[in-house]
Design a protein around this ligand. Structure first.
Ligand code: FAD
Length: 343
């Protein structure tokens, strides 16, 4: 197994930005991964795992070794007729896995249908949609530490999941390359259809899990640009979480700004509403635009560099801060360096 030098990642990120990895390799087995990690350590190269590139903003150069994690396989570990435990390799496609589970009558993940990306990346930002987070169904994550090649296992609790966050985004978890995710699904799981957009899309009075799966696909296809046709990374900003007293003040000033209670002491605000209120929908700069269909999504029409994407994002952040006093945090990861950043 050898890595390729100066590898173009233009087709490996859904924003379709021009970016070159110093070294690149596709990893299809644990043995490949161990060998490549050893190779990178011998050369003192940083290692960066990549899934399907649907939540990253790639800058011009990615120093070190970029590993496209393509390890496949689904292993049934236990099925007692109710609870079903599965070990799923990191390189499996997320939506195909969700479709397979729904077909097999293993429920829990159907609200997360059609989210682009790989199974291995799902725990990284704790993907979520339509009232469900993947953390609700994960029991553990297997990973390899790039610094030592040691195989580690993190329980769901050790993953420290919260809204669009996990230990894998933190300093201590950054060296971990996820190789498999353990899910505990449920043949008798209740249908989760309380999210308003989803409820509105469901026609059956007593919807099944399959109905929810189909409705999620319909709603997403109507509202979100398909990355195969339009370059984007889904929501570009997280919904901000603010203290209750801040939320109260904002409510007095902007009574229409949607606010959502969370499990913590913080209140979640709708980033999309604030962006919309400021008139950003459809606005374009340097080949990048705020989607006409969804104001949280930036679409890349003609830009080749992250500079254009991040420039528009910064303008939006500044205008939201100015009007609402709220800081918007980017959802995708910015990876690599731009020209001038490499020695
Ligand atoms: C149209 C669209 C809609 C979307 N909708 C949603 C949504 O509803 N909810 C949601 O949460 N997200 C959504 N996303 C974002 C994205 O689909 C998810 O974050 C997805 O999990 C990213 O998977 P990926 O394989 O493409 O990861 P990548 O973009 O390749 O990587 C994302 C991050 O994970 C790290 N990573 C990748 N693989 C591994 C691994 N094996 N081990 C360790 N780290 C790894 C990368 O280094 C990077 O930091 C959407 C994106 C698009 C384009």
């Amino acid at each position: 197994m050898v890595a390729e030098a100066s590898f173009s990642l233009s087709c490996f990120n859904t924003l379709r930005l021009t970016s070159t990895a110093q070294w690149f390799a596709r990893v299809e087995s644990l043995a490949d991964l161990q060998n490549l990690l050893q190779w990178a350590r011998a050369r003192n190269l940083p290692v960066l795992p990549l899934g399907e590139g649907s939540n990253v903003v790639l800058q011009a150069h990615l120093p070190g070794l970029v590993l496209k994690v393509a390890i496949k396989g689904i292993l049934l570990q236990r099925d007692d007729g109710g609870q079903v435990r599965l070990r799923v390799a990191a390189g499996e496609n997320w939506h195909e896995f969700v479709a397979w589970c729904t077909e097999q009558g293993c429920y829990g993940l159907e609200n997360l249908a059609l989210i682009p990306g790989s199974v291995g990346a799902a725990p990284v930002q704790n993907i979520g949609a339509y009232g469900v987070e993947v953390a609700d169904w994960i029991v553990g994550v297997e990973a390899i530490d790039a610094h030592t090649s040691e195989v580690v296992y993190l329980t769901a609790q050790e993953c420290q999941f919260s809204y669009r966050w996990s230990v894998f985004k933190d300093k201590q978890g950054r060296s971990l390359i996820i190789t498999a995710v353990d899910f505990q699904l449920n043949r008798n799981a209740p249908v989760e259809a309380s999210y308003p957009t989803l409820t509105a899309a469901l026609t059956a009075t007593d919807p099944s899990h399959q109905d929810v799966f189909n409705a999620v696909i319909k709603v997403r296809s109507d509202r979100l640009p398909n990355p195969a046709k339009t370059a984007n990374v889904g929501s570009f900003f997280k919904n901000p979480l603010v203290a209750k007293n801040v939320a109260k003040k904002l409510h007095l000033q902007f009574p229409q700004l949607p606010q959502y209670e969370t499990d913590s002491a913080l209140v979640k605000l709708s980033a999309g509403w604030m962006i919309e209120d400021l008139g950003w929908r459809g606005k374009a700069r340097d080949g990048v635009a705020v989607s006409e269909a969804h104001s949280l999504v930036l679409v890349n029409r003609t830009a080749t560099s992250s500079v254009a994407v991040l420039g528009l994002a910064a303008e939006i952040q500044q205008s939201v801060l100015k009007k609402f006093g709220v800081e918007l945090v980017l959802e995708p990861e910015i990876l690599g360096v731009n020209d001038g950043g490499l020695k």
